[in-house]
Design a protein around this ligand. Structure first.
Ligand code: UT7
Length: 331
């Protein structure tokens, strides 16, 4: 059996950091409201002339370095983004150009905040079916470019950033002592699970696009409704992921969730019976970076030594579409 191993990770945040207090100078809001409703204290914004592909490229080079993989070894780049540099070609091909890679394939995946989990599913399936051996998976966004600064209910919630992982095909490893039996004990992606329900298309969307208004448009969200669906859908997807692998909640070492709202994350952690020390939380510092939030969180916990080789990690996300998904990974 072929399994996708994650060889390394990297991330990048734009230099400019904006606190809630700074935002409150131009938006009718307060640090108290933003923190208490979402857990966000600050966010990073890309500089003028700094694009999604620029963020993605830095995260990608850091991930390649951490993985010890040369660009020449890559045969696929998947970039999860809802804020591409241009309508086409894909941001993945721009990153490919920046990396100096002229072979293999590159494309974007669009599932908004679930983009990284969707990308993980795509990359894992390419690897498992033998169509790719070494894959660069990126989540990168510049949501600051699609925010309506007169809509305080949305513009305070998002930030820019990028994260990446390098995945490689490997033969399923023999059992690792202490990690339980069989299939689940070896390293790599154990399973991915993705869902969508298009009947909620209008709950979280951008009111522009090439085919409709020929403008870029702005993000629109019914926050309260999205919140309600997030709590329900994430509760069911984490069970689906554990059940598919015959694992118990207590087997998990880490929850690395999409970082939209601390209250949503707390609710999922409570359901899993996980204490705060086992939940990677970056929403306070990064805000919601959509497809970039999971790889940014993952990278922070790997680089500061919290996540160790052999740990069992649950990744989960929900976003516009509505889309949602999860991935179980033995690091
Ligand atoms: O990543 C994709 C998925 N996205 C999400 O998961 C986001 C899900 N939703 C949420 O995180 C939360 O619903 C929000 C953080 C967006 C909002 O929290 P809430 O507790 O649902 O607040 P609300 O929308 O019910 O608004 C409560 C009040 C309203 O005032 P009234 O009508 O009660 O007088 C708003 O006008 O807060 C007001 N408000 C604000 N006040 C100060 C809304 N935005 C702001 C603001 N500053 N920025």
């Amino acid at each position: 059996m072929i399994r996708s191993e994650i060889l390394g990770c990297g991330s990048y945040l734009p230099e400019r950091c904006v606190t809630n207090d700074e935002l409150a100078k131009t938006v009718d809001t307060s640090d108290e409201w933003i923190r208490s409703r979402s857990g966000i204290a600050q966010r990073h914004f890309a500089a003028e002339g700094e694009y999604t592909s620029d963020l993605a490229y830095v995260a990608a080079t850091r991930a390649l370095e951490h993985a010890g993989v040369d660009v020449s070894e890559l045969d696929l780049i998947v970039c999860a983004t809802a804020t591409p540099d241009n309508t086409f070609p894909s941001t993945a091909t721009k990153v490919q150009q920046k990396l100096g890679m002229t072979k293999g394939a590159a494309f974007d995946v669009q599932a908004v905040c679930s983009g990284f989990v969707y990308g993980l599913a795509v990359a894992d399936n390419f690897i498992k079916c033998g169509q790719a051996k070494t894959v660069l998976l990126i989540g990168a966004e510049t949501f600051s470019r699609i925010l309506d600064w007169t809509d305080r209910s949305t513009c305070v919630l998002f930030g820019d950033g990028a994260g990446a992982i390098v995945m490689r095909a490997m033969e399923e490893q023999p059992e690792v002592p202490g990690n339980g039996a069989g299939h689940n004990s070896g390293r790599g992606v154990l399973s991915t699970h993705i869902h969508s329900d298009g009947s909620h298309y209008d709950m979280l969307y951008v009111d522009g696009g090439p085919s409709t208004t020929q403008t870029v448009g702005h993000l629109r969200m019914n926050g309260r409704e999205v919140f309600r669906h997030a709590v329900t859908n994430l509760a069911s997807i984490v069970d689906e992921a554990l059940d598919a692998n015959g694992l118990e909640r207590s087997d998990l070492d880490w929850l690395v969730p999409h970082q939209a709202n601390k209250r949503i994350i707390d609710s999922t952690a409570r359901k899993l019976g996980m204490n705060a020390d086992n939940v990677v939380l970056t929403v306070e510092k990064h805000a919601n970076t959509s497809a970039a939030s999971i790889p940014l969180a993952l990278d922070s916990a790997v680089k500061d030594g919290r996540i160790k080789r052999g740990d069992l990690i649950l990744l989960e996300a929900m976003g516009g579409g509505l889309t949602w998904g999860a991935g179980l990974v033995r690091w």
